[in-house]
Design a binder for this molecule. Structure first.
Ligand code: ZN
Length: 273
């Protein structure tokens, strides 16, 4: 079985200090947490940055640079920059795609629109076309974020139109209250619909985190952990660091007998070389 790629999603755009005092917010905190995750065994970090005024997500290129540069100097991590902005706030396309200027190896590509609480996270066909075209131009591999089966259909159509290049890399986002649930049946169903030469990883939101991680471990997929997706380490117990989540997956994978991929091994698995 392929080695296991662990991605750490450090902060996201919406978790506040009221929800957990441990969420990294400043650029220094985000860098430190990412370095800790790398030391613990993560090969990829998924990066959002926060506006110092509001504490919420921003797509400011300047603030992204303050995280990307130190991580490139201190680590050999694969960086996956977000293009979602603040989901549900629906920032202008140009603003969302601004971090691509830094030419990260990966960037998130939310493959369709979805309800999000009282609002809608809009990823219109026009947005998807612009995002795919810019990623292609900049040499950035899209990480196809899949909340439901129709989003896979969309990606396969764009692949057929030459807008997304094979091999595709999918990130299943399971367990949001508005999309596919975090159940084994749900993951198996989505997995059946992706091309065989694809790579894939799974995010289990909240209490779906460990069950989906275990599914990916045994199915040969990859795993994303971190406070963007889940702030609890155990029932009612907040995670103190993102690295805790990485360490737990490393321990379980070790006991199970699946090796964890270092960043350069992950680059080969994800066809980034
Ligand atoms: Zn994200």
């Amino acid at each position: 079985m392929e080695k296991l790629i662990i991605t750490a999603a450090i902060t996201g755009s919406r978790i506040t200090r009221d929800m957990t005092p441990h969420i990294p917010i400043t650029t220094a905190e985000i860098v430190q947490s990412a370095v800790e995750c790398w030391e613990a065994g993560a090969a990829v970090v998924h990066i959002h940055v926060r506006d110092p005024e509001t504490g919420l997500g921003t797509q400011s290129l300047e603030i992204f640079k303050q995280v990307v540069k130190p991580l490139q100097e201190k680590t050999n991590l694969i960086l996956c920059l977000t293009t979602s902005g603040i989901p549900g706030r629906n920032l202008p396309t140009e603003e969302r795609l601004a971090p691509l200027e830094l030419k990260p190896e990966l960037a998130s590509f939310d493959a369709g629109s979805i309800n999000l609480g009282p609002s809608v996270f809009i990823n219109s066909p026009a947005f998807l076309e612009s995002a795919a075209a810019k990623m292609k131009n900049m040499g950035v591999k899209p990480e196809l974020e899949i909340f439901d089966l129709g989003m896979i259909v969309t990606c396969l159509r764009m692949r057929g139109e030459g807008k997304l290049a094979e091999p595709l890399h999918f990130q299943f986002v399971l367990g949001t209250p508005w999309g596919a649930p975090a159940t084994p049946e749900s993951l198996l169903h989505l997995h059946q619909h992706i091309p065989q030469n694809s790579t894939w990883s799974v995010i289990g939101i909240g209490k779906g985190h460990l069950p989906m991680s275990m599914m990916a471990l045994i199915m040969g997929g990859h795993i994303r952990v971190g406070m963007e997706d889940n702030i609890y380490y155990s029932r009612g117990g907040l995670a103190k660091t993102n690295a805790q989540f990485v360490e737990r997956i490393v321990r379980i994978a070790g006991e199970y007998g699946r090796q964890v991929a270092a960043p350069d091994e992950a680059r080969r698995i994800l066809n980034l070389l």
